[in-house]
Write a protein that binds this ligand. Structure first.
Ligand SMILES: Nc1ncnc2c1ncn2[C@@H]1O[C@H](COP(=O)(O)OP(=O)(O)OP(=O)(O)O)[C@@H](O)[C@H]1O
Length: 322
C-alpha cells in the first residue's frame, strides 16, 4: 500500500487524497494489478447455451475503496456477481477458473460459506421476505443467507443462544439506516429507497469485509438518493471494500474510486471514473450496444449536485401535483 495512504481510526481510506494516491500508479488497463487486492479472479467463463455471458481472464479489486462495475445491458455483470459469490458455477470450473478473496480460495465454496468468509452481497426483497417484518429480515441477515433457504434457517438459527446480542446489533443498524421506527412493519410496505436501505442493513449483520451491491440506486426516490450514497461512502470510510453494479453514471461518477467496465462478458477498461468514461473502448461498448446511457457530466462530481438534482425533481413533482 502507498505510504501516503492514510488509514482512519475505523481502518478505512476516508481521505480522498489518500485514495487517489493509492490508485495513482495503477495501470489503466483491463486486469491491472492493484496495490493490495482483496479479490483476485482468473479465467472465469460462464456460457448459457451459445451465449458467453462472462469471459474474465483476470481481475483484481482493490481493498478499502469503492469500485463500480459498469457495462451495457447483458454485459455479464450480474452473472459475474453470481459466480464469485457462489450462486452460480463457472463453465470453466476445473479448467483454470480460480478466484480468491482475502487470501482464501473460493472456487469450491458454497454461497453461505462465501458470506461467512466476509464477502456479502445484497439481495432484493423476495416475496417471502416482503411478508416478514423489517426486524425479522435483519435477524435472517445474521445468518449471511439470502432468504432462499428461509425455512431451514428459521428452524435452525445459527445464532441460537445469542438472540440478545444479535437483536441489539440489528436495532443499532436499523437506527443507523433510519429504519428503527419501521422495525415492526412488513418489509413489503417500505418505499423503494427504504427497501434498498434494509437490503444494505441486512447485509451488514455478518460484519462483512466486502459488500457487493447490485444496482443500489435502482427505483430509489431522488430525495433518498443522497442519503443512500452517503451510506455507501460511510461503509468505505469505516474500512469496508465496496463493489457495486450501477447503471446511473452520475452515481458512478459521484462515489466511485475506481471503475471496471464490462462488455460482452469481458473486462474492457479500468480506471478512475473521470478518465474511464472517455476511454474509446467504453464509448464503443455503449454505442455498440445501442445504449442511450448518459455517460455523466463532470459538474455532477460536485458534492451538492445530487442534492440540487433531487430538489429540482421534488419541485417539479410538487408543481405537477398542483
Ligand atoms: N440464466 C440464464 N440463462 C440464459 N442466459 C442468461 C442467463 N443469465 C444471463 N444470461 C445471459 O447472459 C448475458 C449476461 O447477462 P447478465 O444479466 O449477467 O448481464 P448484466 O450486465 O447484468 O445486464 P443488465 O445490466 O441488463 O442487468 C445476457 O446475454 C443474458 O441474456
Amino acid at each position: 500500500m502507498s505510504e501516503s495512504a492514510t488509514i482512519t481510526s475505523g481502518g478505512g481510506l476516508a481521505d480522498p487524497a489518500a485514495r487517489r494516491s493509492l490508485m495513482a500508479d495503477v495501470d489503466r488497463t483491463p486486469g491491472s494489478a492493484k496495490p493490495d487486492a482483496i479479490l483476485s479472479v482468473d479465467t472465469i467463463t460462464r456460457q448459457f447455451g451459445g451465449v458467453t455471458a462472462v469471459n474474465v481472464e483476470h481481475l483484481e479489486v482493490q481493498r478499502g475503496i469503492i469500485t463500480a462495475l459498469i457495462g451495457p445491458n447483458g454485459a455479464g455483470k450480474t452473472t459475474f456477481f453470481n459466480l464469485i459469490t457462489g450462486f452460480d458455477k463457472p463453465t470453466s470450473a476445473g479448467k483454470g477458473a480460480r478466484w480468491s478473496f482475502n487470501g482464501k480460495e473460493l472456487g469450491r465454496t458454497s454461497a453461505s460459506s462465501v458470506a461467512k468468509s466476509g464477502m456479502v452481497r445484497t439481495f432484493q426483497l423476495t416475496k417471502s421476505l416482503n411478508r416478514m417484518t423489517v426486524m425479522d429480515n435483519m435477524m435472517l441477515g445474521a445468518q449471511g443467507q439470502s432468504g432462499e433457504r428461509l425455512t431451514a434457517s428459521m428452524f435452525r438459527p445459527l445464532w441460537r443462544g445469542q438472540e440478545g446480542q444479535v437483536s441489539e446489533k440489528a436495532l443499532g443498524l436499523l437506527e443507523r439506516f433510519k429504519l428503527l421506527e419501521k422495525k415492526d412493519d412488513y418489509a413489503g410496505s417500505l418505499s423503494g429507497g427504504q427497501r434498498k436501505l434494509l437490503e444494505m442493513a441486512r447485509a451488514l449483520m455478518t460484519d462483512p469485509t466486502m459488500i457487493m451491491l447490485d444496482e443500489p440506486m435502482a427505483g430509489v426516490n431522488p430525495a433518498l438518493t443522497q442519503s443512500l450514497l452517503g451510506h455507501v461512502q460511510s461503509l468505505r470510510d469505516d474500512g469496508m471494500t465496496v463493489l457495486f453494479v450501477e447503471h446511473d453514471m452520475h452515481v458512478v461518477r459521484h462515489i466511485s474510486d475506481w471503475v471496471v467496465v464490462m462488455a460482452e462478458g469481458r473486462v474492457v477498461a479500468e480506471g478512475p471514473a473521470d478518465t474511464v468514461m472517455s476511454d474509446p473502448a467504453v464509448v464503443d461498448a455503449y454505442l455498440g450496444a445501442h445504449h442511450d446511457t448518459d455517460l455523466g457530466d463532470d459538474a455532477l462530481l460536485e458534492d451538492d449536485s445530487l442534492e440540487r438534482e433531487a430538489a429540482a425533481e421534488e419541485h417539479q413533482r410538487e408543481e405537477e401535483g398542483q
